[in-house]
Write a protein that binds this ligand. Structure first.
Ligand code: SAH
Length: 232
């Protein structure tokens, strides 16, 4: 056997941590979708977090990514992905790219992913890492994702990773018939609930999933004024 170089040893350790994360945090909590588990084993989460917190990338927790924003806890990413029911044919819109980690998970499973981020620095960082890892089916967009992306609509799936006061009307409109929207709903900084909205021929149907806590969706169809949040 050829001895491993230091870089290889490090990558190997991260892969082991990632597999342990999937088993201990995701499967143990009842997520068994093989495609979602495989995506979580594949995407190198440690490359999506700032170097200061890289050693905590596989912890059972959300982590700071700068600008008062967070990368979601691995289990929440898994759950949102399961709830979205993404398939290889899905055109997906993600609102709130943040680190780009959830984007990469969606890109492993979908045909195409559009992701919108309002903070320039985060959009840039997500764009660079996603390109470096070869996610050619992702388009990153800088802007107010609470308004959706009308020029690319309709979408089969919409995943919002910031909490809204109610499902943003533009996103409901941009959902294809048979489509699914996953969005945390509730007060900024308070207890929220993950909501799944499906669109059928006769309208929109809402089902509540689990309680959660996300940073607020700031924008025209989100929260307009949240204390402590600087403009982009
Ligand atoms: N999915 C991300 C979560 C990031 S936190 C991850 O796992 O890393 C939520 C993100 O939503 C933040 O980056 C925040 O800047 C962004 N955001 C908030 N309001 C937004 C809006 N109206 N449009 C686009 N992005 C928004």
């Amino acid at each position: 056997m050829t001895p491993r170089g230091p870089q290889e040893t490090l990558e190997h350790a991260q892969t082991e941590r990632r597999h342990a994360m999937v088993e201990g945090q995701i499967e143990r909590r009842g997520v068994h979708d093989p495609d979602v588990l495989s995506a979580l084993r594949t995407v190198p989460r440690h490359l999506f977090v700032p170097t200061e917190v890289e050693d905590r990338a596989y912890d059972d927790a959300a982590l700071p990514i700068g600008f008062g924003q967070t990368i979601s806890q691995p289990y929440i990413v898994a759950l949102m992905t399961v709830l979205a029911e993404v398939t290889l044919r899905s055109r997906v819109l993600e609102v709130g790219s943040g680190s780009g980690y959830q984007t990469a998970i969606l890109a492993e499973l979908a045909d195409r992913v559009y992701t919108v981020e309002r903070r320039r620095e985060l959009e840039e960082r997500a764009r660079l890492i996603l390109a470096k890892l070869g996610y050619h089916n992702v388009t990153t967009v800088l802007g107010d994702g609470s308004l959706g992306l009308p020029e690319q609509a309709p979408f089969d799936r919409i995943v919002v990773t910031a909490a809204a006061p109610s499902p943003p009307p533009p996103l409901l409109e941009q959902l294809a018939e048979g489509g699914r929207l996953v969005v945390p709903i509730g007060p900024a900084g308070g207890d929220q609930v993950l909501v799944v909205v499906t669109r059928t021929a006769d309208g929109w149907h809402e089902v509540e999933s689990i309680p959660c806590r996300f940073v607020p969706l700031l924008g025209e169809s989100g929260y307009r004024d949240v204390e402590g949040q600087e403009p982009p």
